[in-house]
Design a protein around this ligand. Structure first.
Ligand code: HPA
Length: 271
């Protein structure tokens, strides 16, 4: 596995020739952030050795190296989900490549279902913590010592300073923003009313089908992690609206200008 990671990293390194300041992963319906980047190199996933391919509508399949707010960024347009049938190793593969490329800062985004009664559709939420309920752990198995320790500290999964900078960018631009706890399930079904109720009772504010594996391996490698989520639907024991992928994409679209403002503010002002 490590050999594959290194092979992919050296392929990318040969093209971009530089160490990006940030890696950014775009979640469901958040591809528009891509248009904000001044691209220098655009790599199709299919042309990158060992890179998996995406299978979900609303997820692209490109790795974009360019600049955003004067910083060097490497952006993944389209991520790999466990529910697509990939192994956890595959889901987290790109994040490990980013680390081998020397990237220290990871910005993630996703769409999620809100269970906090103060949330509305198209609200944006900064993750302050998460609850991992995925059925498989990305670090299960022999530890790759070159990447990080066997037992990983998770006391600050999301970087506090990044959260503060993003929060400030939101406030300065009159954008309503929350900080919340994300619970990760494998999907691909959305939750039943009873399941949304359980998620709420467990202390989470929102639920989704991604992100946590990436965060775990990033922390394993001691990267600084930030994640912003768009609330694309609301669930709860007493709510029984139907949810569809289309709705998720529509809500993500609506929230996009705010996500862009916050991410730009963070990239510009961190570290
Ligand atoms: N549940 C799980 N994943 C999601 C949801 C949801 O309600 N909305 C967007 N992704």
């Amino acid at each position: 596995m490590l050999e594959k990671i290194k092979e992919t990293a050296s392929f990318i390194k040969n093209i971009i020739q530089d160490t990006p300041d940030f890696a950014i992963v775009l979640g469901s319906g958040l591809g528009k952030l891509q248009d904000e980047v001044q691209p220098i190199h655009v790599l199709e996933y299919k042309d990158i050795p060992n890179f998996p391919q995406t299978t979900v509508v609303g997820h692209g399949g490109q790795l974009i190296y360019g600049t955003l707010e004067g910083k060097k960024i490497l952006m993944m347009s389209g991520r790999f989900h466990y529910y697509e049938g990939y192994s956890m190793e595959t889901v987290v593969f790109p994040i490990r490549v980013f680390h081998v490329l020397g990237i220290k800062n990871l910005l993630l985004s996703n769409a999620s279902g809100g269970v906090n009664s103060n949330y509305q559709v198209a609200d944006i939420v900064i993750l302050k913590d998460h609850i991992n309920m995925m059925p498989e752990h990305p670090l299960r198995g022999r530890n790759i010592e070159e990447l990080g320790p066997r037992f990983v500290d998770m006391s600050e999964p999301y970087h506090k300073k990044m959260i503060a900078i993003a929060e400030k960018a939101a406030t300065e631009n009159n954008i309503k923003i929350h900080q919340g706890i994300y619970l990760g399930l494998q999907g691909p079904t959305f939750e039943t009313p009873a399941e949304y109720g359980m998620i709420k009772a467990m202390g989470a504010d929102m639920v989704g089908m991604s992100t946590i594996p990436e965060v775990i391996v990033a922390k394993h490698m001691d990267m600084d992690v930030f994640c912003i989520s768009v609330i694309t639907d609301l669930g709860g024991p007493d709510i029984s609206f139907a949810v569809s992928h289309e709705e998720v994409l529509n809500a993500a679209n609506k929230a996009m200008p705010n996500v862009i403002t916050v991410v730009k503010g963070l990239v510009k002002n961190y570290p």
